[in-house]
Every structure is written in C-alpha cells, then in structure tokens.
Design a protein around this ligand. Structure first.
Ligand code: HEM
Length: 530
C-alpha cells in the first residue's frame, strides 16, 4: 500500500467513524434517547442551521420536540425549548449544569475561566456574590445609582429634543448604546463616554467602543474556532484580533484602575463599584504598592469588562426593539402616553423612579418586547458536568453543551397564543388571572393547537433573563434603566419611522449574541400637542 492509498483509507475511516460517533445512541434504553436530526461527518447538523440559529433551532423543535440533540461541528449540543425541562435542569440540577462550555473565546475572555460570565463553578461562586450585591432592588433605589441613570437619561432626552426640533432622524443604535454603556461605566468606574464624536478629542473613546463592538460579535456565538477546536490554528488570525480588542478595553480600564487605586482609602465610602471590589481584594499585608496583588487587579479589570459586555448591548437592543414596535403600533404608543399623563399629569416634563411602579402598561410593554424579541435569544450555553437524566427521563451525557432556546419558547404556538403579534395587553390579562389565583397550569392547555400545561403561562414560557442561580445577574438593573427610559421617551415624543417609504418597519432580526433589527432604522420624533 503506498502512502497516498494509506492516507485515503485513513480519511475514509475517519469519516465513517465520525458519522458513527455522531449518530450512535447515547443511552442503552431507547426511551431515554433525545431525538435529533442526522449528523454528517465533520459538520454534524450545521447544514440545518441558517444565519438565524434561534429560528433554525425553533423549527427543529417542532419536529424533534422540547429537547433534542444536534452536533455543531465537533460539539454535541442538547437544545431545550420546554419550560418544564428548563426548570428541572437550571434549578433542580443547577449543580450539574452550572458551568459554561470551555472554548478558546471564553478562555481568552475569562482569564482562564476565573471571572464571572464564563467563570467555572469555584471561581464563579466566589465572584458572583461580590457583584450581585450591587444590583439588588434596594441598592439600585439608593441615591447614587438613581442619579447616574437620571443624568444619562436627561442627556439622551436633550439630544432627542434637538433631533425633534430639527426634524432630524435619530440614530437609535448609536445613542442607545452610549446611554446603556454610560450607566454601567458610571456605576462601575465613574466615567462617561461622549454622545458625540466631536467631544472625543483624541479618539480614545471611539477606539474602545469599536473594540467593544468587535468583542460582542465573537462572544457567545459559537464561531468556527469554538466548534472546531482541532482546527484552531486555522483561525489564529481571528483569535489574535479578538485578543487585541480585549486588550484595548483592558488597557482603558487599567488606566482608570491605576488612578483609582492611588487615591483609594479603605476607610472611605466606596466611590463606585470598582472601589468596592478593590476593598474586597485589599490585603493589609500585601507588599504591592496598591495592596491588591496583580492577579486580583487583573480580575477586577476583567469583572468590569464582564459587566460592560453583560449590560450594554442587551439593554440598548431592548430599547431599540421597543422603538421599532412603537413605530409599528401607533395605537399602543397612544395608550402608553395616556397611561403616563394620567399618572404624572400633562405638564410634567419627566417621569421619576417613584412614578414607574404605577405604569402597568409600560411594564407590560417591556415584558412583551422581551417576549417577542428576547435579545439574548439562545441565552449563554452551559455544559453538563456529569451524566444525568432530565425530568422526562432523557439521558444527557457528561460534557454535552446545553442551549436554552429562550426565543423558541416565547415565540412558539405551543406555548403562547398568537405569538407573532405584539400585544402588551396579554401581560395585563395574565396578571389579572394570576392575581385572582385562577391561573391553573393544568387547565391552561385549552387551545386546540396546544398540549402544553404551560400554555399562556407567560412567566414560565417567557424567560428573557434565563432561569435559576446562573440566570442574568442584573435583571433588576435592566428593568430599572429600560422602564424609566421607555416612560420618558413616550411622555416627550411620538415616534415615527424616518423613512416615509417605510411607515412600518421590518420586525426581522439579525442574529449575534444579542438579536437586533435586521434593517437598521432611524427614528423621527414629534412633540405631542399638550
Ligand atoms: C434586557 C437586558 C438583559 C437581558 C435580556 C439579559 C439576559 C441575560 C441572559 C439570558 C443571561 C444568561 C443566563 C443563563 O446562563 O442562564 C445573562 C447573563 C448575564 N447578564 Fe444579563 N441580561 C440583560 C441585562 C444585563 C445587565 C444590565 C447586566 C449588568 C449590569 C447583565 C449582566 C449579566 C451577567 C454578568 C451575566 C452572566 C451571569 C453568570 O454567568 O453568572 N445583564 N443575561
């Protein structure tokens, strides 16, 4: 046998073996086996995934059910689109599913799995409480965080007013991102990014913003470098670019950290979250000048980046979708306006945090935006740390990656009536029924097209922040910043599409770690005649 023939046989063997491995039974008992599509050698089920995996996974769940298996390249994935299984694995079996999968992107991003978003269980257990305590309802309702949000919102409303006066289209993507980013960097670092490039004298902020954008594009999306780890050398350029952008953000935060640590005094009230973290890691016996060893210093910097990534794009995209659905539903916009002026009065220029809890339709609108377009549509993946079985007796082997299809659950006919219709009132009706204790899971499957006991149980089927102990770290903060922005925008302006040819905008999404409107749009603001 010559060398070429040998290589040929070797490749054939590899292809057959890979095909067998990807399609063999996982469990000895057929009842316990997750269904799933046929997987091809090398690519697995990638041939079934289009440019919007949230939609592809939802389509597959119609055929293979609420839990199914699919290979994405070299990684076996179980996709969950069922509220009962979600509760089971994320809550009852939290200890098995607490970790996120290991891959080159998360390794680079997390200081080798030590930080928050991609941290492994031991490190995660240590850092998560240090961060969560800053985002409780009580903390967010204290003076400083409210002031940061009010300052930023007033700045954004001023820009909106000037756009309105000049009838100039408002680039929602740019301004909403700056608004969301400034809230988190205001709380963490007491800094602020300029809303306009002309105020960015040496281009430093634009450079950081660009790098943050690039990081968003790679993280959590399972790029080829993550699903074909053996081919990693082929993607070296991409990994190097990712590391470069991460370094740009780190350098920016490191300068602030160094400045802050110079004036840090453990006996003083923390000036921001970074000060609280420095205090946590401060060691009186440390010989370093700053009292925080360099590993912990780098961890503090990484935690700031985790928060930036967690908070900015998610909140900004949710507000972007809110604007889009308002433009497409002018009658709902009117209703929201009526609700607000009934609470604050016609001449009030600003809705305060104290007014927000009285705005039930605004809250319902926030919930409906996140139901119909849950921005983190496939959540962040987790991994099984040992073999286990789910509540419906499906076997999940150790090392399987788990994806919760948040989008699929809240956009499925099986769980929600008329899921493609934007209707905030469904939340008010649901709350009324729930408050009167008439919502009964077992009798809710009244529709012909549904067999789920969670049919229209909106809190169970719409889980935009995830479920369980590793759910989003700051849903309170997201709600806090987004509701007040929604209320004040509605109080001050009527929103229309800036394109007269397109009065109604496309509701299609583009997929990345957060889903955004596929066709970027600008908003035209008009004043109400009060
Ligand atoms: C509309 C806004 C937001 C949405 C829809 C959202 C959604 C999510 C989801 C689905 C996860 C993954 C949960 C899981 O694995 O089960 C997550 C994780 C996370 N989010 Fe959010 N998020 C939002 C805003 C925020 C904000 C404002 C912050 C920070 C201030 C934040 C910080 C984080 C962090 C740190 C994690 C990782 C948690 C961990 O691994 O322990 N998010 N978010």
């Amino acid at each position: 046998m010559n060398f070429i023939t040998f290589i040929f046989y070797l490749i054939c063997f590899f292809i057959f073996y890979d095909f067998y491995k990807k399609n063999k039974r996982l469990s000895k008992s057929p009842n316990k086996e997750a269904n799933g599509p046929w997987s091809l050698p090398i690519i697995g089920g990638l041939y079934l995934i289009g440019d919007r995996p949230n939609r592809s996974f939802t389509e597959l769940s119609k055929k293979y059910g609420g839990i199914y298996k699919i290979w994405l390249g070299e990684r076996m994935v179980i996709v969950i689109t069922d509220p009962e299984i979600v509760q089971d694995i994320w809550i009852k079996q939290h200890h098995i599913f607490v970790n996120r999968p290991h891959n080159i992107t998360s390794e680079t991003f997390s200081l080798n799995y030590k930080s928050l978003v991609f941290g492994d269980v031991n490190e995660w257990n240590s850092v998560r409480p240090k961060m969560t305590c800053h985002f409780t309802k009580v903390k967010l309702n204290s003076l400083k965080p409210k002031q940061v949000v009010n300052d930023q919102l007033k700045k954004m409303l001023k820009i909106m007013s000037s756009h309105c006066l000049e009838s100039k289209p408002f680039d929602q993507y740019v301004y909403l991102n700056t608004y969301s980013m400034n809230i988190i960097v205001g709380l963490m670092l007491s800094v602020e990014f300029p809303y306009s490039n002309s105020n960015d004298k040496n281009g430093q902020f634009s450079k950081v913003l660009h790098s943050i954008d690039e990081i968003f594009k790679c993280i959590g999306t399972n790029g080829p470098e993550d699903i074909f780890p053996t081919l990693l050398p082929l993607f070296k350029k991409k990994v190097t670019a990712f590391t470069h952008h991460l370094d740009v953000i780190k350098d920016f935060i490191r300068v602030i950290y160094k400045e802050q640590i110079k004036s840090f005094n453990i006996n003083n009230e923390p000036r921001n979250i970074m000060d609280s973290l420095i205090a946590e890691y401060f060691d009186n016996n440390n010989n370093d000048d700053d009292g925080v060893d360099s590993d912990n210093g780098e961890l503090i910097i990484q935690l700031c980046i985790d928060m930036l990534v967690g908070a900015t794009d998610t909140s900004a995209s949710t507000l972007g979708w809110f604007m889009l659905f308002m433009i497409n539903n002018p009658s709902i916009q009117e209703e929201l306006y009526e609700e607000i002026i009934n609470v604050v009065g016609k001449d009030c220029p600003y809705v305060t945090f104290d007014d927000v809890p009285k705005l039930f339709l605004i809250k319902a609108c926030f919930q409906e935006v996140l139901r119909i377009r849950p921005v983190t549509s496939l959540s962040l993946p987790r991994v099984a740390m040992e073999d286990t079985t789910t509540i419906n007796d499906i076997f999940i082997p150790k090392d399987t990656i788990i994806i919760q299809n948040i989008f699929g659950m809240s956009n499925s006919e099986k769980f929600v009536s008329n899921p493609t219709v934007f209707n905030p009132h469904r939340w008010l009706n649901y709350k009324k029924i729930k408050d009167s204790n008439q919502f009964d899971c077992n009798s809710s499957a009244t529709s012909d097209n549904s067999s789920s006991k969670y049919y229209n149980d909106l809190d169970r089927v719409s889980t935009p922040f995830g479920v369980g102990k590793r759910r989003c770290m700051a849903p309170n903060m997201a709600e806090h910043n987004i509701l007040i922005a929604m209320a004040n925008i509605i109080l001050n302006f009527k929103m229309k599409s800036s394109d007269p040819q397109q009065v109604s905008l496309s509701e299609e999404e583009e997929y990345a770690i957060t889903i955004k409107p596929k066709y970027p749009f600008k908003v035209l603001f008009e004043k109400y005649h009060k």
